[in-house]
Design a protein. Structure first.
Length: 144
């Protein structure tokens, strides 16, 4: 009896696991690039991230770069700047104005909130691809 219970738990654990096919959730448009940034907030190029409400774009990692936003000095968000509702192409790199990331593609008006990553006009569309952001002292680690 004990072996049967253990077997049931193993089967349930296997069924609960999701395969990692290199995509973000159910979004077929984006892959998940390796992201591992360590930012020293005492350096002048990252100093703006010490203040709530400020954002910074890092172009060296992610699919089309990463926007990092300081919510309240304890909470930071980090999202890829590739429009999640397009396959990456020449126009899918978004620009940031305040807390809104805009897609410059002429066939849509996709806009996303960089605080939560959600599309501003249609929450049924894919959200921005998010990365983890953790602050320890004056260091900010952005990774997946």
């Amino acid at each position: 009896m004990k072996n049967k219970i253990i077997a049931v738990f193993i089967v349930l654990a296997c069924l609960a696991c999701k395969s990692d096919d290199g995509q973000t959730g159910d979004n077929p448009n984006l892959t998940i690039p390796l992201v591992n940034l360590n930012l020293n907030l005492n350096l002048p190029e990252y100093n703006s991230l010490k203040f709530p409400g400020n954002s910074l774009i890092i172009t060296q990692q992610g699919i089309r770069g990463i926007v990092i936003y300081n919510v309240n000095n304890d909470l930071y968000t980090a999202f890829d700047l590739s429009d999640p509702n397009h396959f990456p192409n020449e126009c899918s790199k978004m620009t940031v104005d305040g807390i809104i990331a805009n897609c410059p593609c002429t066939n849509d008006t996709n806009e996303y909130n960089i605080v939560n990553g959600v599309h501003t006009g249609n929450e049924n569309l894919f959200p921005m691809q998010q990365y983890r952001a953790e602050r320890t002292g004056d260091n900010l680690h952005v990774f997946n």
